[in-house]
Design a protein around this ligand. Structure first.
Ligand SMILES: Nc1ncnc2c1ncn2[C@@H]1O[C@H](COP(=O)(O)OP(=O)(O)OP(=O)(O)O)[C@@H](O)[C@H]1O
Ligand SMILES: C[C@H](N)[C@H](N)CCCCCC(=O)O
Ligand SMILES: [Mg+2]
Length: 260
């Protein structure tokens, strides 16, 4: 159980995925970009409560997801507000926290989101990996699912389009529903990690996911060439950004209803 004692007023959307490297950051950045192009006066914010994996840039440890979210929200908040807790190695945050013998500073998480809540119109929250990723080295039972429940926003699931997604996506939906969280919908990401295999399931998975779970597939995100996608440097191929801009994302945001 994770009680952050939050009482947030700004509508938000929590972005999770069926696994790490499925496309949460790309999709979160594309949503921010779309919202800003649809309503330029809106104050769009991003929040990456816990991050692991940092690059050493000019003597500072920078998490690439945080840098990406910073770029695509017009640098409205400093990196340390967007991401209050970070670890250097590419591990689950809880594992990194244990390895570094460094407990997670949940007060810093609460303070940062409360600050963002004060001066934003919409907040996009990116989790870490999938829902059962451990977050705190001192308590291996605290997961991303607990964080999503403590924040209380609807949850958007980024899934792979390939073989294996029926099981992973349905398990993710089941966990959210059992916890009483609202599932906003699914984004199927057609990126296949740089290689393409003959996969007859790709053409069938969307219909099956809908039949199995009754949750809408909001969209299917096209794959772009890897060299055209470096979100931490503020670049995402227009193929992805234009596609995302055709969707009315604001309907998927809702007020926070923490479950703790
Ligand atoms: N549609 C796409 N077209 C091209 N490249 C993509 C696409 N989607 C994702 N990628 C690339 O795949 C990799 C993983 O995507 P991303 O970083 O968004 O995943 P993630 O779910 O946020 O991972 P993490 O759990 O580490 O936060 C990145 O290198 C990203 O640029
Ligand atoms: C390091 C990486 N970029 C992610 N943010 C953390 C992913 C943790 C996944 C752990 C797991 O599911 O085994
Ligand atoms: Mg990410």
């Amino acid at each position: 159980m994770l009680d952050l004692k939050l009482n947030l007023k700004t509508p938000g959307l929590f972005v999770t995925a069926t696994d790490t490297a499925v496309g949460k950051t790309i999709v979160s950045c594309a949503i921010a970009h779309a919202l800003l192009s649809q309503s330029p006066q809106d104050r769009i914010a991003a929040f990456k409560p816990l991050a692991s994996e940092c690059d050493l840039i000019d003597g500072e440890y920078v998490n690439p997801d945080t840098a990406a979210l910073h770029h695509f929200t017009n640098k409205r908040h400093p990196l340390t507000t967007i991401n209050p807790v970070r670890f250097v190695p590419p591990l689950a945050p809880g594992v990194a926290s244990a390895e570094a013998n460094e407990p997670v500073n949940w007060n810093a998480v609460r303070d940062a989101i409360q600050l963002i809540d004060q001066d934003s119109d919409k907040i996009i929250v990116e989790g870490a990996g999938g829902l059962l990723v451990p977050l705190d080295g001192e308590n291996p039972h605290i997961t991303v699912l607990d964080l999503a429940a403590a924040m209380g926003y609807p949850v958007l699931i980024v899934t792979r389009a390939t073989l294996g997604t029926l099981n992973h996506t349905s398990m993710t939906i089941r966990l959210l529903q059992e916890r009483g969280l609202k599932v906003a919908g699914i984004v199927m990401n057609h990126y296949q990690g740089g290689f393409t295999a003959d996969d007859p399931s790709i053409a069938l998975n969307r219909a099956w996911l809908e039949k199995m779970n009754g949750i809408p597939i909001i969209t299917e995100m096209p794959a772009a060439a890897p060299e055209l996608v470096t979100p931490n440097l503020g670049r995402i191929d227009s193929k992805i950004l234009d596609h995302a801009a055709s969707i009315n994302w604001s309907t998927y945001f809702a007020a926070s209803k923490p479950l703790v």
